[in-house]
Design a protein around this ligand. Sequence first.
Ligand SMILES: Cc1cc2nc3c(=O)[nH]c(=O)nc-3n(C[C@H](O)[C@H](O)[C@H](O)COP(=O)(O)O)c2cc1C
Ligand code: SF4
Length: 538
Amino acid sequence: MITYRSMVLISHDPASIQLGADAVQAAFLRELARFDLQDEVSVSLIEDIGKSFASPLVIVYPEAVIYGRVTVEDVPHLVEEHLYKGRIVEEKVAPSHELSGRVAWVSARKGTLPAETRIVLKNVGVIDPNSVEDYIANDGYLGLGNALGMTPEQVIALITESGLQGRGGAGFPAGLKWGFVRQARADQKYVICNADESEPGTFKDRVLIEGDPHQIIEAMLIAAYAVGATEGYVYLRGEYQLAIQRMETAIAHARSVGLLGDNILGSALSFNLHLHTGAGAYICGEETALIESIEGKRGEPRSRPPYPTTEGLWGKPTLVNNVETLANIPPILRHGADWYRAYGTPSSPGTKVCTLLGNLNVTGLIEVPMGITLREMISIYGKGIKDGHFKMAQTGGSGGSIIPASLQDTPMDFASFARAGVVLGSGALLICNDSVCVVDLARVLLNFFRKESCGKCSPCRICTQKAYEILTDISKGRGSMGDLDALREISIQLNELSNCGLGQTAAVPLRDTLTHFRDEVEAHIRLKVCPAGVCSMS
Ligand SMILES: Cc1cc2nc3c(=O)[nH]c(=O)nc-3n(C[C@H](O)[C@H](O)[C@H](O)COP(=O)(O)O)c2cc1C
Ligand code: SF4
C-alpha cells in the first residue's frame, strides 16, 4: 500500500458537483503533477453531509484545514502554498459560520458542536467511496473475515447479543430475523438491502451508500453467510443517481478483487449481488411490495403471513434489512456485542442516524446514541428553534407521530417511544415552531398518503382520500364539529383494517392531531380562525 504525506479530500455531494467539484479534482491532479507531488499527496472524493454554504469544500490532512468555495482558479495557489511550501492559505479557509449549517463531522471537529457518536457514519466524509482500497485501509472487510472464522449460528448469536434492532422503521430484532431465515429450509435464499428510502425528509440511507457503499456490501456478505444465501439485491431508489453510481462502482470493485462471486476469500461462501432501481413509489419500500417489484410485478404489498423470511423473493426465504441496519453489522463483527451495547440504552443499543429538519438553526444529518431526548437534539445539535417557540415535532417521517412540546423529554429509543405512543420510524425529525398549523400539516401528510396508497385495499384507498377532504374543508373554514368524530373513526379504520403499514401509519398523524392539538382544530371549526395564521379559511 502507498503511504502519502498529505491527503486532499474534495466534497462530492450533489451540490458540490454542481458547483464544480469534478473540475476542482482534475485541477488538483494536474497541479500536483506539475509540482511532482503526485506520489506524496493523494486526492480523494468524499461524501459531504448536510448544508454547507462553502461548497465545494477541500479538506487537507494531516492539518485538517477546510478550504471553502474552492474554484479551479484557486487550485494552483493552494497546491503551491499549502502542499508544496507548507503554508496554510488563510484567506480560503472556510469561515465556521459557513459550515455551521451542517450537522456534520466537520463542524463537530471545528468545536462548534459536541462530537457525534459515529458507528455507521464513521467513514462517511472521510474515505473515498469509490475506492475499495480506502475502505480496506479503514478496517473494511475485517468484519467479514471475523464472520468467516465463526459458524453461521455463532454470527447470528452475536447479532442477537448485540441487541441490534432494524432501522427501517419497526425496530424488529435483527438477530431474530436472521435466525428465521437461517432455519428456513430451501435450495435457494436471498438477502435484500432495502434502500428505497422514499420517506419524505429522510435521506440517511442515501448518504450511507454515497459515502461508504462497501460497508453495505460487507454487511450483505456477512448476512448471506449467516443465513445461507447466495444471491442478493440492493433495491435502490431510482432518483438517487449518485448513490446508484457509487453502488455500481463498489459492486464492480468488490467483484474484481474477489469479494463477490465464488469462494470468497477462499471460503465456502459464494455470493452474487445485483442492483435493482425503484421507480419512485413510496409503497415499494414496504418489503413485500419491494419483492414484487424485483420480480417485475406491480409494487403492491402481499398479504402476510407468509413472511419473506420463509416465502420471499421468488417464493424463497429472504432476509430484508434496511441500509442503516446493515451498516451496523461490520462494526459489530469487528468489535463484538459488548462494545456495541455500550452505546445507546439497554433495550435499544447503538446509535440512530437522524435527519433534523424544519425550524431549527442547524439542520442536517446526525448520528446520535439511542436514548437522547428531543430537547437535547433541538438545543445541542439543532442549536435551538429558529424564529419563535417549539410547538410540535413529527418524529419518524410522514407516518410518524406528531408530538407536542410536553413529550420532548422522552428518550429517543424504540421502547421509550412505544411507551409514549410515539413512532421512532426512519429517524426523520421535523421540528415546527408556532408558525406551523397542525391542520395544514395533517392535510399535507394525508395528501401524500392518498397519492401514494397503492389502492389494493379499500380502507386505505378510501379513508386517506376522505380524511384529506375533511382536513381541506376544516382548513378552509368549512368544517363542522362532526368532522372530528369522522376523523377519529377514519383513523381507527385505517389502523385496524389496512393491509399494510402505509394505511396503518396514515392513521397516526390523524390520531395525534386530535389527541394533542384538538383545541387548535376546534378553533378552525368554531371560530373560523387559524391560530398559526396559515390556513386561508375561505
Ligand atoms: C409504506 C412503507 C414504506 C417503507 N419504506 C421503507 C424504506 O424505504 N426502507 C426501509 O428500510 N424500510 C421501509 N419500510 C419497512 C420495510 O417494510 C421493512 O420492515 C424493513 O425494510 C425491514 O428492515 P429492518 O428490519 O432492517 O428494519 C417501509 C414500510 C412501509 C409500510
Ligand atoms: S394499506 Fe394502502 S398501500 Fe397498503 S396495500 Fe392497502 S391500499 Fe395498498
